[in-house]
Ligand binder design. Structure first.
Ligand code: UT7
Length: 375
């Protein structure tokens, strides 16, 4: 039997830190509200493109595995914030790391994109189609955030991480997965302004309005992730006691605590990064995984569960059996260029562009717009 062992890991966190107090300078919000409702204290804002962040994360992951770009057969780029629609983003990473032999595909299932990508790459390795893959989770949400909407602007951050998978005869890597989609709730999270439905409508790309029903998403996310976790544990003939570490999607500390409770796993065995990075959508799970490794929380042969949810509403829970190695074989000196601005300055630039252009989406796009155009 062939398995897909995780042999490399790396992250790229942009240096500019946006605090809750920074957000309070232009939104009717407070550190007290954000922290008590979400557990978030700060998040990162990127000064470079999503591909640039990915290249640093992938370079670290390759060095960690002792591999080079030309060793890679497949690149999966998990994200909902692509630098461009065409060409795809995975091709940009392929070019930058010299992975000339690699197939390169983008996967967008919103916040679950890394997890769906990990499942896809594992299946392709286990089927014998490819031997070595890179899976990326990256997000640059600050570039299409509606900074005037306190319901969403306080929740998200930028970042990237990647893993390397290699074919192995030893049982390790992804050993169980439940992937699903609660499409009846797809209206609860929509970024108006992104996508071809908004073309030729006097909408400038980057101007967005978010339809976001936080409380409904909250409830459906907890249910979906808990049910998927219970199912995947049963599929793998494991109980909650067998899970050494949970590395969940980090949308809200209260969601994570509810999930842990329903899954029967104490919070001491749950990795939490939401206080320092907010919700980085597809980058959230892989960044938390990399930090769990850096913190010594992943043990050789350990069992890790990764539940996640995102717009769609896509959901999943994965179980990974770790291999023997929990330390990198090498380190890359690839790093981001220095950032000369504060996070608040970067955000204020975005806000100024948005205001200068006007709120062209207001009134133009109703949630029914997409359905009407289909009908
Ligand atoms: O990864 C996928 C995306 N992530 C999610 O979908 C997250 C899921 N949802 C959540 O995490 C929570 O629902 C939120 C954090 C978004 C909101 O927390 P909540 O406890 O569900 O609050 P709420 O939406 O019921 O709002 C409570 C109050 C409202 O005021 P009123 O109507 O009670 O007067 C909001 O207008 O809090 C107000 N509010 C805020 N106040 C200060 C909403 N956002 C803010 C804010 N600062 N940033």
């Amino acid at each position: 039997m062939t398995y897909a062992a995780i042999t490399g890991w790396g992250k790229c966190m942009p240096p500019a830190v946006l605090t809750n107090d920074d957000l309070s300078t232009f939104l009717d919000t407070s550190d007290e509200w954000i922290n008590s409702r979400t557990g978030m204290r700060e998040r990162r804002v990127s000064h470079v493109s999503a591909i640039d962040m990915s290249v640093v994360a992938v370079s670290q992951a390759l060095a960690c595995a002792g591999l080079e770009g030309r060793d890679i057969d497949l690149i999966i780029y998990g994200s909902c914030s692509n630098d461009e629609g065409v060409p795809n983003s995975a091709s940009g990473v392929q070019l930058a790391i010299g992975a000339t032999r690699a197939a390169a595909m983008d996967v967008n299932t919103a916040c679950t994109s890394f997890c769906y990508g990990l499942a896809t790459a594992t299946a392709m390795i286990r089927s014998g189609m490819v031997k070595t893959a890179v899976v990326i989770g990256v997000e640059l949400i600050s570039r299409f955030m509606d900074w005037s909407n306190r319901n969403v602007a306080v929740l998200f951050g930028d970042g990237a991480a990647a893993v390397v998978l290699q074919a192995s005869d030893v049982e390790s890597g992804l050993i169980g997965s439940v992937l699903g989609c609660d499409a009846e709730a797809r209206e609860t999270l929509r970024v108006r302004g992104l996508g071809l439905s908004y073309a030729n409508k006097d909408v400038r790309f980057g101007d967005t309005l978010w339809d976001f029903d936080g409380p409904v998403i909250f409830k459906r996310a907890v249910t979906a992730m808990a049910e998927a976790s219970i199912r995947v544990m049963a599929d793998c003939r494991l109980t909650a006691d067998d899970i050494d570490l949970v590395v969940p999607h980090q949308a809200n500390l209260r969601i994570i605590e509810s999930l842990a409770k329903y899954s029967g796993i104490p919070m001491e065995r749950v990795m939490v990064t939401v206080h320092k990075y907010g919700n980085m959508s597809a980058a959230t799970v892989p960044v938390a995984l990399v930090e769990a490794l850096e913190d010594g929380r992943v043990t050789p042969g350990g069992t890790i569960m990764m539940p996640a949810f995102g717009g769609g509403l896509t959901f999943c829970s994965l179980i990974v059996k770790w291999g023997d190695r929990v330390t990198p074989l090498g380190l890359s000196d690839k790093a981001l260029p220095p950032c000369t601005k504060t996070a608040l300055e970067l955000v204020n630039e975005s806000r100024a562009m948005h205001d200068a252009h006007g709120r062209s989406l207001q009134g133009l796009m109703s949630p029914l717009f997409v359905e009407a155009s289909l009908g």
